[in-house]
Design a protein around this ligand. Structure first.
Ligand code: SF4
Length: 321
């Protein structure tokens, strides 16, 4: 490329920059304009202007994009709709798969909370049925373990004693309460005090003598200030209750109150939703009703507990219709 070709290229560059709206550019001299006119003429003659034409084409390559070359002058309109749309589509479409994916990933957990994890069909006891003597010995050993247990740090420093359970070792019925109250903590026996008296009355009306049922609590130690046991405390103590049930292998388990329901059926559903039908714990039929302490505070619920007991009596054949 000779000097004139460089000048022509410079002129074309200036023109191009002007079209782009670049200000304060030096004005092309008249001589350069003349050279440009000559080269245009030469290139149109198809002579040695091939290289020039090609350089002009290169320089003017953006020219067909002149309309779009004005885009920088219209940055607002052009980008505005696009980025907004892009942002909206990003905000809507991008999180959407996440939101869809997350619930689907969480669904099994949510279902496990909503539904009990225990099998909804009968499953066998883990051990063969024991003799009365074997049961007594097994329960005696288990009681020693409970008395030595100090798993729940917030509880052991407040308890007077553990409350293991009482009753005949060969029985069809196991009654499960929640956690020991002050009287139970003092006497070491479940269902005593005023709520124990109401419990005895309900059993008598049902036709099941208290000395024919085994009675135990879900938690073996009294939580301070009678607070509701924590999940960790329930988890700590549940193996003892499960071991008692495995040794006793009852036909019927009656859960008195929400804590017993949580421990046996592994669900946080309310008693109101669970009562009125039998549930299953291994081969035992499980009945759910209100705790006598709650019935003392809400006497209107006594008729519901009585309905539950009547359901049990119909099951046992001691109540017709
Ligand atoms: S409540 Fe149960 S697990 Fe906790 S310290 Fe007492 S016996 Fe042990």
């Amino acid at each position: 490329m000779d000097s004139d070709q460089w000048k022509l290229a410079s002129l074309q560059t200036l023109e191009y920059l002007q079209r782009l709206g670049v200000k304060h550019l030096p004005k092309p001299s008249a001589k350069l304009s003349e050279i440009l006119a000559d080269w245009v003429d030469v290139s149109s003659k198809g002579s040695s202007g091939t290289s020039i034409a090609s350089s002009r084409t290169q320089l003017q390559a953006p020219e067909p994009k002149q309309p779009t070359s004005q885009v920088p002058k219209q940055p607002a309109p052009a980008p505005a709709p696009v980025p907004v749309a892009a942002q909206v589509s990003t905000q809507v479409s991008a999180p959407a798969p996440v939101q869809v994916a997350a619930p689907s990933a969480m669904e099994p957990a949510a279902r496990s909370v909503a539904k009990p994890s225990w099998p909804p069909v009968e499953s066998p006891w883990m051990t063969p049925t024991r003799s009365a003597q074997d049961r007594s010995e097994a329960l005696g050993q288990l009681k020693l373990q409970v008395e030595a247990c100090r798993l729940c740090k917030d509880i052991v420093c407040h308890r007077r004693q553990t409350v293991f359970g009482v009753g005949p070792v060969t029985t069809r019925f196991v009654m499960i309460g929640d956690a020991p109250g002050p009287e139970e903590d003092r006497l070491g026996e479940p269902f005593v005090g005023s709520s124990g008296e109401l419990f005895d009355k309900i059993l008598r009306a049902t036709g099941i003598p208290r000395d024919q049922v085994y009675i135990l609590n879900t938690l073996k130690c009294r939580p301070p200030n009678n607070r509701v046991p924590s999940d960790m405390e329930l988890d700590n103590c549940r193996p003892y209750m499960e071991a008692q049930l495995e040794i006793l292998q009852p036909e019927y388990i009656i859960c008195w109150g929400a804590t017993a329901v949580r421990a046996v059926l592994q669900t946080t559903e309310s008693i109101g939703r669970l009562r009125g039908r039998f549930h299953c714990y291994k081969k035992a039929k499980v009945l759910v009703t209100y705790h006598p302490t709650y019935l003392e505070r809400a006497p209107e619920a006594k008729k519901l507990t009585w309905q539950d007991m009547q359901m049990l009596m119909r099951e046992l054949g001691t109540l017709k219709a």
